[in-house]
Write a protein that binds this ligand. Structure first.
Ligand SMILES: C[S@@+](CC[C@H](N)C(=O)[O-])C[C@H]1O[C@@H](n2cnc3c(N)ncnc32)[C@H](O)[C@@H]1O
Length: 355
């Protein structure tokens, strides 16, 4: 971290990479306080047992975001099961996320064909090392003969899980695209297949890139999915992001980040929920929706869950919680190459639980 007053770092991307520490520590805190279950995050955070917990407001925010994303990913996997297909998931700017291991130890593991994570080289190198050191994470990568450290220690390959170093701001046609579509899998074939429904996840990453670079990346995945077989490619996209930063509270968020030399050009143009879904439809998604974390907490999380987490910690700042949650949103979009033949995928999305 680079607290205010510290000299500007020589590598301008170092503060962006450091946001992964914040995300991992927030997750660890929510796990320690029983908001979330995650047996793996402690293996990715140095001295996890010594890390202090976050305030209740942060724990609740982390819970709402993670639970909603889990619901969307879980439904994607369930739809695969119902359609008798396997799916592939690509997590861009994955940082220290543990979703692959949580899926592999859950009921939907057989629906997962590939899980690919991408981040800056420094982040993937650290993660590859931590995974190799963790007995429980390593053992879930499958046949040890087929688990390989790749790219001189900067990545990992296994039958399902792949960790790839790349700068997402580079044009995907010359950087990420060739890696995903070339013969990089442990079986020798391409990593991705356009014939499998693919979910791309951007969890708190697009804000750090220009809107043009994000648009290019989204468009690349849509174009790739349009090369599917007769029944058509299926692509889902899930984005979690800060937005609505033009009001007083948003301006404070921006200046707090600036004080740590983190700029967020990718959040600037998105001031409404409509603008978030339009980002996806503009790049070729057939349909898209966006909700603030405040709306998700109010109406999209199961009542039993809300009651459970309300007992975990005392929160006396509910107005402040709402204010914070109004500045984060989850958007999701679906691209169907052939909407007629795959209509059940059209129902993918968060489901309202209360009016
Ligand atoms: C706030 S963290 C989120 C990590 C994880 N997705 C999560 O939600 O826990 C942002 C991540 O995006 C990565 N990132 C940001 N810009 C990137 C870029 N241009 N290329 C690759 N990774 C990037 C950072 O290195 C960091 O790991």
């Amino acid at each position: 971290m680079f607290p205010p007053g510290h000299a500007q770092p020589q590598d301008p991307d170092a503060p962006i990479r450091a946001t992964d520490n914040d995300a991992a520590l927030a997750r660890l805190s929510a796990v320690k306080k029983n908001y979330l279950q995650d047996a793996f995050v402690k293996d990715l955070v140095p001295r996890a047992h010594l890390q202090p917990s976050r305030p209740p407001l942060i724990n609740i925010g982390t819970y709402v975001r993670s639970h909603a994303i889990d619901l969307l990913v879980g439904e994607w996997l369930q739809m695969a099961k119902a359609s008798g297909t396997k799916v592939q998931i690509v997590s861009l700017g994955a940082g220290s996320d543990t979703r692959f291991w949580r899926i592999e130890t859950g009921p939907a593991k057989d629906e997962l064909a590939k899980y690919i994570e991408v981040d800056f080289t420094e982040v993937t190198t650290k993660k590859a090392m931590a995974i190799r050191k963790s007995k429980q994470m390593n053992s879930l990568l499958g046949d040890p003969e087929k688990v390989q450290v790749a790219g001189g220690g900067t990545g990992l390959r296994s039958p399902k899980y792949h960790l790839i170093p790349a700068d997402l701001r580079m044009p995907p046609t010359v950087s990420l695209g060739p890696v995903l579509t070339a013969g990089e899998s442990t079986e020798g074939g391409p990593l991705l297949s356009p014939s499998l429904p693919t979910l791309i996840i951007f969890e708190c990453v697009l804000a750090y890139m220009s809107p043009e670079a994000s648009a290019r990346l989204l468009r690349w995945f849509v174009d790739y999915s349009s090369t599917g077989p007769e029944e058509g490619g299926i692509l889902g996209c899930l984005v979690y992001e800060m937005f609505n930063l033009h009001d007083a509270f948003g301006r404070v968020m921006v200046s707090n980040l600036q004080a740590r030399y983190v700029s967020i050009p990718g959040a600037e143009p998105f001031t409404t929920l409509e603008s978030l879904s339009k980002r996806l439809t503009d790049e070729g998604f057939s349909a898209a929706r966006a909700l603030t974390l405040r709306e998700i907490r109010r109406a999209y999380i199961e009542q039993s869950e809300l009651e459970r987490i309300s007992k975990l910690e005392f929160l006396d700042e509910t107005e402040e919680l709402d204010l914070v949650l109004e500045h984060y949103a989850i958007s999701w979009g679906l691209y169907l190459q052939n909407p007629g033949s795959s209509s059940s995928w059209g129902h993918w999305g968060l489901k309202q639980q209360r009016l």
